[in-house]
Design a protein. Sequence first.
Length: 373
Amino acid sequence: MLDFVRALDLVDIGARDEVRAAGAALFVRRRDEIEPYEQAFERFWRGRPGALPEMPQLASDREEDGAPPRPSPESLPNDAAAMTTGIVRDTASIDDGEAAPEDTLPAETAWSAGERLRGRAFDRMTPSELREAERLIDRMVLKMPLRRTRRWKLHRRGTLLAPRQMMRRNLGTGGDPVAWLWRRRVERPRGVVLLCDISGSMERHARLLLRFCHALSRTDVPTEAFCFGTRLTRITPQLRTRDPDEALDRISAAVGDWSGGTRIGTAFHEFNQRWARRVLRSSGIVLVVSDGWDRGDPREVGEETARLRRSCHRLIWLNPLAGAAGYKPLAAGMAAAWPHIDVFLPSHDLGSLELLAQALADDAGARTGTTLR
């Protein structure tokens, strides 16, 4: 079902034939499943109240397997039938044998809460909407592009011969190259380092971005995370907790300057001096989440941001204030860091997180200058 939902983004959802073909490619596995799929498609999308012809029983559902027969929607109560067909009907206004498409309403399961919350700013969400947004972030599936490393591995579709391994493999034949071995470069995803501002003005956005980083850490992408307010704190061990709520609770307990002031230059200086060589490679991507409000020296922010930029492959800055119309980087800290940023993105809603995922996957856009989206 999740693959079918993703497939709807790739086809024209207004074209009935394309939607039908996409569903058939995912749901139909055998020839005897074609007719049940066609009937289910017609029943769900047209919502005909009349009974359809009885579906043929699949081999996996026959009585000789010992499984009880599945009840038909007509034999269930109205609420249960609506759950199985996906259609809610006004039974009081429909007679037996008459079709009334105008009285057929989509079930509650037919709309997506993600679309409703996609463009709503985090600071305007109710507590229940924030909880729903957190669950949507937890279910995000992120795919990072692979890069070629300097290491090699044996592969049957390699590009170069592996002479040492090939000679060892052919010792039994007197050195005659009977078995040919090939090698290719090892491909790995780029590492990601998150530097998240946890000052008072960033508290709500920081929690949601940390959940995004937690979702990223569950993949095979090497991930490191730091929080900074008046000082820098490494939170990578806390993010390794499987449950995101428990991980956020451990981060809150480990960070002592939560919802305090902000010293961006001091935090960047500590990271460059102490952590950059340990956790950051030249091929890594750095994500900075901050609104740019700083109590320190703007010149220090500019110098340390430039040094951080030289240490990574790409520097992406996320600012929740950038979602406002006509935004300009007028804050002293933001203006000092602006010339050294590769990609500048908003981070005020779920749609901006989708832009971030796209920017992480778009490795071809590295070192192309600052872009404001």
